[in-house]
Each structure stands twice: as C-alpha cells, then as structure tokens.
Design a protein around this ligand. Structure first.
Ligand code: MCN
Length: 784
C-alpha cells in the first residue's frame, strides 16, 4: 500500500514494454476502407479546379471528396476557442479554417481532397493522380516580414495581423527605463519546433446508420473537447451521438490536443459512405508538414537595471508566427501563456509586453510542450544573464538579488498572475551546491588547457500550470475556464474504478492517479483502475495539456474521494450504530471515535450495494462524481544549470553536466516525475542544439523528414542530476504543482546561456548547431 511520494513502477508499462499496448492504428473493422489526403504542394495558391476523374477510375477507389462536397454538406470551420481582445478592444481576426480547402491552399501540406479506397496502397496511388489546378500566389513565410506588405494569407486579414495585443503598464515601464542606470537589450529568435511524437496521428471513423451514431477512435489528448468541437462547430453531430475514443497514445507533446482536418473529414465521410469504417494513419512526412508546430517568435527585449543590478523594468516586443490558420488554442499561446510569465522569478516592478500574432504560409503553430512558457523563460533568462555580463555581476547573484522572497507570497506580478508559493533562493542554493559552482573557474581552466571552451548557464524558470482557473483567465478576457471531472466508483467487492477526464499519453496517470486513490483508501495500487480517454465511458472531461492532469484532474479525483468518504461515514454509522459525527475515517477504516469499533472500506463498499445495509434516505452504491475548477494556476519553479565544453575546431558542444532543482509541490511518484524532467530537458536540448522547422523563401518545408530535422538521441545527453525542493501548492487538495513541461521550459535558456558564456558572445541563435558554433568560435578566435 504505497503512499504518495513513493516510487511505484508504472502499471501501464507492462503492456507498453511487452508490445501489447493498443494504439489507434491497431483498431480495425470488417469492411474498413482507407483515406489518403491530397495535400498542397504549393504554399500559397488559388484552387482553380480539382480533377479527380482519372483517380476515380483507379482500382479499389471508393470515393474522392473535396472542399466543395463539404461546403455542400454545410461542414463548418475548425474553431480557435480562445479569443484574444487586442489593444483597441477588438477580438482577434479568425479566418475560416475548413477541413478541406475551398478557395486557396495556404501552406505546404494543406488539405485539398481525400481519396478513399479499399486498401491504403490503392488510396495512395489514386491520390497521386488527383490533379490540382492552381493559380500560384507569392508566399509569405517570414513572421518578421509578414506585417511589412507581405502577400495576404487571408482576404479577411489583409495585413496578416491576427491581433496586436499588450499586457502590463506601458507608462510605468517607460518611467522605469528613464530611471535606469543601465539598459540591456537583446534580440532573440525562438525557433520553430515540430513535435514528433513516436506514434503519428491516426483515426478510425465509423458511422452506424441504424442508430445514427458515430464512433471516432483517434490519437487525441483531449477526446471530450474533440467531441465538442466536431459536434458544436464543424459537423453539427448531436454530442450524444458521437463517441470519441482515444486509446493508448504514443506521445502527444501538445500536437494531439487539437481537432484536425483529417479526423473531421473521416467522420464526415463515413456517413457519406453509408457507414463504411474509414482508417487514416499519417505518414511521417505528413506529420512534419501538417501537425501543429510550436514556438516561432521574433522578440526584442530590454531590461532596465539600477546600479546594484536590481531590475526596474522589462519591455518585450514579440512577433508570434501563428501559421496559415488558427489552430484550436493558437491565439492563447503567445499571449495568456507567454506574456503573463515575463516576471519570471523576479520582483521586476514594471513590465510591458506587446505581441503581434501574424499569419504566414506555414503550418499552423500552437501549443508544443511548454507552450508560451519556454518562450517567456527564454526571454527572461537570456536577458538576465546578459545583464549580469553587462554589469560584470555574477549570474547567480543577480538572480538572487531580484528573487521574489518566500514571505512575499501570494505575489502579484505586474503581468496579471498571482504566484501562490515558492522558495526560489533555496532552489538556487541547492543548484549551486550540486553543480559545484565554487570550482567552476578551475574546471574552465582545465578545459582551456585542452584547447576547449567551457561555459556555464543558468535558467531560473517559473511556469503557470494547471490550465485554467476560470477566475484568472476570465480576468484576462479569455472567457474560457477549464475544470476537470472525476468519478470514483467502489465496486461491491472493494476494488475501485476511477473515471477521469484527464488523458495519459505517456505520463503514467494509470499509476500516479491510482496512488492518490490507493493511499486515501488504504488499498493496494493494483486494486485501483484508472479509466481515461473515452467519451463513452467517462462522463465529462477537458483533457491533458498545460501540466494540468494531477493539479486539476487529480484534485477532482481527490474531491470525489471526499464524497465517497462522506457517504461511507453514513453507512458506517448505520452499521456501527453510531452517530455520523462520531465516525472517523483514516486510510480505509471507518471507526467510531475513541472505540475499536470499525469497518473497513471494503465492508462499507459491499454494504453499500446490499439492501438493508445502507441507512434510510441514503441511495445504494458507492460511486461519486466531482468537478474541480482551480482557483489559481500552480506555479512550479526551479533552477537548471547547464555546463558545456565546446571544441572550437569542430563546433561540437558537449553537455558536461546538468543540474535541475525543481519545486513541484507535493510529489506523488518521484520516479515518474524524474522521467518527466528527463524527457522535458531532452526536448529543450533538442530545440537549443538541433531542432528547427525551416521553410525556404518560396514556402517549401525544407525540414520535412529526419534527414533534415535533427532530434536529440540518448548519446547527445548527459546523465541529468535532479534535486527537488517542495513547497506545496496551497490551493489544491493534493498540494501538487505540474511537472510535465518543466524541463522543456527551463532547458533552452540554460543551455544557450552556457554556450554564449563559453563563446563569449550572444551572437548565436537557436539551434546552436555544430556549424553555427564552429563559425562563431572561429570568428571569436580571429577577433581575439
Ligand atoms: N506528478 C507527480 N507529482 C507531481 C506532479 C506530477 O507524481 N507533483 C505525476 C503526475 O501524476 C503524472 C505526471 O507526473 O503522472 C505528469 O503530471 P502533470 O505535471 O500533471 O502533467 P500532465 O499529466 O498533465 O501531462 C501533460 C504534460 C504536457 S503539457 C506535455 S506536452 C507532455 C508531458 O506532460 N507530453 C508528454 N509529458 C509527456 N510525457 C510523455 N511521455 N509523453 C507526452 O506526450
């Protein structure tokens, strides 16, 4: 009976490690047909005609549909659910995003037609014969130039501006700059990342003409929201007639939160074909081209400081590339999840941030692990490090001098958020101890003796997790709050089924959520099953993203457990002939206070289903549901320190050491959490050193395969050294803060600060590839 805070091996690993997991592509139905999408080869073009006749006559072809067919059926636009009100009080521009393009194609990989055939090969062969007649248009690719007269991606956003939004007090910030002793300025590019989950997106769509019901099996982090979107916005299917089932999912990292054109089209087409089940599975090239990408910011930042290195004000101006269409969360990422985090861990009194979201002829950009918060951390932690160097201060000391102090919580930042708890200095001290900061100079000298350049870089990150307290996001004007629901059902024999609206696609919920319940009821973890990812089994849900599952979904489970205990007390009182007020509950035992008269939770569960064992006025069963809408975000924070050794002759950057000291509040499963940190850092290292989604000037995706898009592998990474401090979250019942994105948020700034420290210049942008590092090192050597 392991407690929270104890490592328990992941229950789900049994099936994952023995190859018995069941992913979407493993589901097949009799008579199933296969969909292949005809995709835009040009980034920007008007569709003159789509010739399908030749393809239609190919063997096995069942149907070919285009945007015109969808238009005739009244198929709607895929929505972006978060409205951003610009600085003039207007909502963001929201051009239509139809599943199959109707007038123009707007990025390479855009969806032009779907070919459905008896086999996958037949569908693919026929798709190649669909001829798309176009009038090519000039492409608009570079976000920095999108607002400077570049061709309009959408006629209803002629200037390519989705919104011009601001946060913070511009006048107060300007005043702070007037009083500055020093101003540090930095231009930063946050490179575009392509998510690359191991399992590509897929779906199996089925329509039952007998019941008029639809069944969609798909790779979603968010089945209930997917159902809502298809039902309320795009296809008009009554919600109760659509089941979305998201079985084992092989990683999402944000890219599977959204409703995409492919599964929408397959659901719609399944009815058109009288109920033929339709399977679609992305090829890796399709994932590169048409999964939602992440990041892609161009930023200018300025930090005002006094003589002692106290931060007085921060000004940030960002252009955020939103791609060709607004994906479901797109507008909120560079605004509510970015600008609100620009205070970092610091007491900077005045901050102003301006964000212009722009359309370009590139794949839609949305949440990618961290979503807005890695970009904010990158700005804050790069400019803080730069400021320390400008002022000749120790980078650890300048941070320490500006940290929010433990007695300042709850701490109201100038950019909307109220931090709930933390101990930033403690995290820094632990990180300095672990990295042996005192001896860094000696290590640097040793490297120099070997002709190598050594650097150290800090990243004191903070994030807002647990999307999204209705109260807080409501104040920002977002108008969407995200609760979570849970149902905790005791079966008569004392085992428990938990139905959660959170979704696990690698994070280990089947174990960690079971730990929460097992500890509460004094049960073995094996006796608690976590059911997730199926709108047919789970009444309600908001899905998984923004490291919300434990803090919000787990809190809903905890609330449902409270209700189970309350009801159990009534049954125990009845059985033990005592007053309800006298029943105490502790870890599975209901006891009459001050006596040894007790009933176990198993006995109570059985009694709850046996007539005459539950008191009058109490309904049978032990099955409770709760909703939890958080009152605030949780604020995980920490300090990551990277140490690198660069070979100036080859440009090779070796990560010599990495220390991560994180505060996730109360930890349920330390090993799961460490795994999350490892994976997160690996993704951050990927962004800093090698990953970049690149479009050429003509709008072609240059990085459309693993030949051109480099991902980190185990031998690129050191053994991370993890330290943990714990300040419990004061406002959720578990005291837990999210951990799922922390590594990705912290890592790029730590690594780039280390690389720029080693090279002695900021003139290198992510990804710091071997070639870029080599060129920069050679330039520096020539200047020396
Ligand atoms: N946990 C814990 N104690 C804490 C905090 C968390 O034991 N104090 C546990 C949780 O119970 C859960 C895991 O750690 O098992 C992660 O929890 P949480 O921080 O709540 O994050 P989510 O479960 O909501 O996961 C989402 C987050 C995000 S937003 C992305 S993106 C991401 C990630 O987690 N995508 C992932 N981690 C991933 N890991 C894998 N393997 N695959 C992905 O696609």
């Amino acid at each position: 009976m392991p407690d929270s805070g104890t490592t328990v091996l992941r229950k789900e690993d049994n099936r994952f490690l023995t190859g018995t997991g069941r992913y979407t592509d493993d589901f097949n139905r009799a008579g199933q047909v296969y969909a292949v999408f005809v995709r835009a080869e040009q980034p920007h073009a008007r569709i003159a005609a789509i010739h399908t006749e030749e393809a239609r006559n190919e063997p096995g072809v069942v149907a070919i549909f285009t945007g015109k067919d969808q238009e005739a059926d009244g198929v709607g636009s895929l929505p972006c659910g978060w409205v951003v009100t610009d600085k003039h009080g207007n909502p963001n521009k929201a051009p239509a995003h139809y599943p199959l393009a109707r007038d123009k194609v707007r990025y390479v990989g855009d969806h032009v037609a779907v070919v459905i055939a008896k086999t996958y090969s037949q569908a693919r062969d026929a798709a190649e014969l669909v001829e798309v007649e176009t009038e090519p248009l000039e492409a608009n690719v570079d976000p920095a130039k999108a607002l400077e007269g570049a061709p309009a991606v959408h006629d209803d956003a002629a200037d390519n501006l989705c919104y011009d939004w601001e946060l913070g007090d511009q006048a107060a910030t300007a005043q702070a700059f007037q009083q500055a002793h020093h101003v540090t300025k930095l231009d930063l590019r946050n490179n575009r990342c392509i998510p690359n989950a191991i399992e590509p997106r897929a779906c199996l769509a089925e329509y039952d003409p007998g019941t008029d019901e639809y069944n969609l099996t798909t790779t979603s982090q968010n089945p209930h929201l997917e159902r809502l979107i298809l039902s309320a916005f795009v296809l008009g299917i009554p919600e109760h007639k659509l089941r979305v089932h998201s079985p084992d999912v092989g990683g999402g990292f944000g890219s599977k939160i959204y409703a995409y054109p492919e599964e929408t089209t397959c659901v719609w087409a399944s009815k058109k074909l009288g109920g033929k089940p339709i399977k679609w599975t992305a090829q890796r090239g399709e994932s590169f081209a048409a999964d939602a990408h992440g990041r892609d910011h161009v930023t200018h930042a300025e930090l005002a400081l006094d003589e002692q290195g106290h931060f007085l004000g921060l000004k940030v101006d960002t252009i955020a590339n939103l791609g060709a269409y607004l994906s479901n969360f797109a507008t909120s990422i560079p605004t509510y999840l970015y600008a609100t985090l620009l205070a970092g861990q610091y007491t900077t009194p005045a901050i102003h941030c301006n964000v212009r979201g722009v359309f370009t002829n590139t794949a839609p950009v949305d949440a990618y692990r961290g979503a807005g918060r890695p970009e904010a951390t990158y700005v804050v932690e790069r400019i803080v490090e730069r400021a320390a160097r400008d002022l000749g201060m120790d980078p650890a000391e300048i941070r320490r001098r500006n940290f929010v102090q433990p007695d300042q919580f709850p701490y109201q930042t100038p950019v909307a958020l109220t931090y709930d708890s933390g101990n930033y200095e403690k995290g820094l001290d632990e990180a300095l101890r672990m990295i042996d900061y005192a001896n860094f100079d000696r290590r640097r000298q040793d490297s120099e003796k070997r002709g190598k350049l050594r650097g150290i870089g800090f990243s004191a990150y903070i994030e807002a997790c647990g999307l999204a307290p209705s109260q807080v996001v409501g104040q920002l004007g977002a108008g969407v709050g995200l609760w979570e629901s849970a149902q905790v059902r005791f079966n008569a024999t004392g085992t428990v089924s938990v139905f959660t609206g959170s979704h696990s696609h690698g994070q280990g919920h089947e174990t960690t959520f079971a730990q929460v319940v097992a500890e509460r009821f004094g049960l073995p973890v094996e006796n608690v099953d976590i059911v997730h990812g199926d709108t047919g089994r789970i009444p309600m849900g908001m899905g998984t993203y923004g490291s919300r599952s434990l803090a919000v979904g787990g809190s809903a489970i905890s609330r449902a457990c409270d209700k189970v205990v309350d009801k159990g007390k009534k049954i125990a009182a009845h059985l033990l002939e005592a007053s309800v007020d006298d029943i105490e509950f502790d870890r599975g035992s209901f006891r009459v206070a001050g006596t040894d008269k007790a009933k176990s939770i198993g006995e109570i569960a059985f009694a709850a289903y046996v007539p005459h064992n539950y008191p009058e006025g109490v309904e049978p069963g032990l099955d409770e549901t709760a909703f939890y809408d958080p009152s605030n975000f949780t604020y995980p924070a920490g300090v990551h320190v990277a140490e690198v050794e660069i070979d100036p002759d080859t440009g090779d950057t070796e990560i010599a050491d990495w220390v991560a000291v994180d505060d996730f509040g109360t930890v349920i499963n330390p090993m799961v959490v460490e795994g999350q940190i490892h994976g997160g850092i690996a993704q951050g290292v990927g962004q800093a050193l090698m990953e970049e989604g690149v479009y050429d000037a003509d709008g072609q995706l240059v990085t459309g395969s693993y030949q051109d898009y480099c991902m980190p592998r185990a031998d690129d990474l050191p053994s991370f050294r993890i330290g943990m401090i714990e300040t419990p979250c004061p406002h959720n019942p578990l005291g837990a803060k999210g951990c799922g994105e922390a590594g990705t948020i912290a890592a790029p700034a730590a690594l780039m600060n280390a690389i720029t420290d080693a090279l002695g210049t900021d003139e290198i942008s992510m990804p710091a590839t071997r070639e870029k590092v080599w060129r920069t090192a050679q330039r520096r050597l020539q200047q020396a």
